[in-house]
Design a protein. Structure first.
Length: 224
């Protein structure tokens, strides 16, 4: 991650998502996002535009971060898609400087690009390099609960490539391309879908850890 240009990753993903929002019919803004069922597509866009704006302005969470996030979304409930897109492109220099120091914003955006595709029923770009760029961070974020549980590492296999949560023998190793692996590790797959992926090792403790980290969906998202 140290050598990764986070600002470039963020801006590349944002610049892919913007035309999707611009081209969608107005009614699509009210579609429910299957992976975030409390949000519409409009809310998803409001989430992405509002966090950088708030952080740059010094509006930081003082309590529960989820309450802060939802408050920012709620404050933009009556803001149009066009206005939100304008907010998102304001002062790219400041935006780039922010995300270069707040890597979580980048990972969040990469995951939500897939969420947007699922909400609109369009095919996601599974070959985009940003998924692979964010995969090590997603794995590292699971290291603490895994080690606290006394489990081996999670390992992702793709061809001859390997990624692990940490430097330890794998307890659960599964086969997936970086896009699919990122969706699995960020709770975009049901427990049964995780079990169905080609894997070795004892999966059940890891399913529990993923569900505790971010609740797994109870029904398939049906992503293409």
């Amino acid at each position: 991650m140290a050598d990764l240009d986070l600002a470039a990753v963020y801006l590349a993903v944002r610049d892919r998502m913007r035309p999707v929002f611009e081209a969608m019919p107005a009614a699509d803004a009210e579609r429910i996002v299957p992976s975030c069922p409390d949000w519409t597509v409009h809310d998803l866009l409001a989430h992405q535009t509002s966090m950088p704006t708030a952080i740059i302005a010094g509006d930081l969470p003082s309590g529960d971060a989820n309450d802060w996030i939802q408050g920012l979304v709620d404050a933009r409930r009556d803001t149009t898609v066009e206005e939100l897109l304008t907010e998102w492109r304001t002062d790219d220099a400041a935006l780039g400087g922010l995300v270069a120091n707040v890597g979580l914003l980048v990972g969040d955006l990469v995951v939500h690009e897939g969420d947007l595709a699922g909400a609109l029923g369009i095919a996601a770009d599974r070959t985009a390099p940003e998924s692979e760029a964010m995969l090590p961070g997603a794995l590292a974020g699971l290291k603490a609960p895994i080690t606290e549980a006394g489990l081996g590492a999670i390992e992702v296999r793709h061809g001859d490539r390997r990624w692990r949560t940490h430097d330890a023998a794998p307890g659960w190793s599964f086969e997936a391309d970086p896009w699919e692996a990122l969706r699995a590790l960020t709770s975009r797959r049901t427990a049964d879908e995780l079990r169905a992926a080609p894997h070795t090792g004892g999966i059940e403790p890891y399913v529990a850890i993923l569900d505790a980290h971010l609740p797994l969906p109870t029904a398939t998202l049906g992503e293409r």
